[in-house]
Design a protein around this ligand. Structure first.
Ligand SMILES: Nc1ncnc2c1ncn2[C@@H]1O[C@H](COP(=O)(O)OP(=O)(O)OP(=O)(O)O)[C@@H](O)[C@H]1O
Length: 204
């Protein structure tokens, strides 16, 4: 379970948010909403441990994530809103390297299989720079098909995706949730989940 207690985040001269409390339990999804600049990405970066709150604490199964450090990162998958795709690497290389960086080594066959499942069959060997925005996003999201982590923190995963890809991502999220996974995601394009407990946190 991930718990946030009394979180506050200040950036520059601005207090982005304060008094944020929530828990996300196994099988639950939390959508983080709010206007541009309200602090959604900043909140996700706090939850990943990439930055620290100005006050408050973030607990994973009751322990402060700062104390867990690498153990916490090993249980979590973070996809940033830019996707982290490198232009000069192929789709396959991008997926394999992003998995390796997350301590989840996969071979070429596994990578090709994941790319096929996410609708990129035949494009595995193309450099990312020639892929469309939606295809690049699919390469980033293919990581969700191979990771074993329970907690997924996803920043705008649906950006640039067509209707078919959004449906696919919904199924991938629901599969993770059905196994006791947890998902926290920002989106301006909410998806209706059929069989999962959903919470909303709206920043202003
Ligand atoms: N290091 C920083 N120094 C100063 N201001 C910052 C810093 N990081 C973020 N900000 C500001 O904090 C605000 C919130 O940024 P953030 O990216 O968290 O918003 P967001 O809700 O994710 O926005 P969007 O919907 O546009 O993606 C923005 O005004 C941003 O410019």
């Amino acid at each position: 379970m991930l718990t946030a207690r009394n979180l506050e985040c200040i950036r520059g001269e601005h207090k982005l948010f304060s008094n944020i409390f929530f828990s996300v339990n196994p099988g639950e999804l939390m959508f983080v909403g709010g206007p541009n600049g309200s602090g959604k990405t900043s909140l996700l970066r706090l939850l990943c441990g990439l930055s620290s709150p100005d006050s408050g604490e973030i607990l994973w199964n009751g322990m402060d994530i700062r104390d867990l450090d690498g153990d916490y990162r090993g249980m979590m998958t973070y996809l940033g809103h830019l996707g982290g795709i490198k232009d000069d690497l192929t789709a396959l290389e991008n997926l394999r390297i992003s998995c390796a960086l997350a301590d989840c080594e996969i071979d070429e066959n596994q990578a090709a299989d994941a790319l096929g499942q996410i609708g990129l069959a035949g494009r595995e060997m193309l450099p990312a720079k020639v892929l469309s925005q939606g295809q690049r996003r699919r390469v980033a999201l293919a990581r969700l098909l191979v990771v074993q982590t329970r907690l997924w923190i996803l920043d705008e995963p649906l950006t640039a995706l067509d209707t078919a890809a959004v449906k696919l991502i919904k199924e991938i999220l629901e599969h993770n949730l059905s196994k006791g996974g947890m998902v926290i995601m920002t989106t301006h394009q909410e998806i209706v989940m059929t069989a999962a407990a959903v919470h909303h946190l709206t920043l202003s």
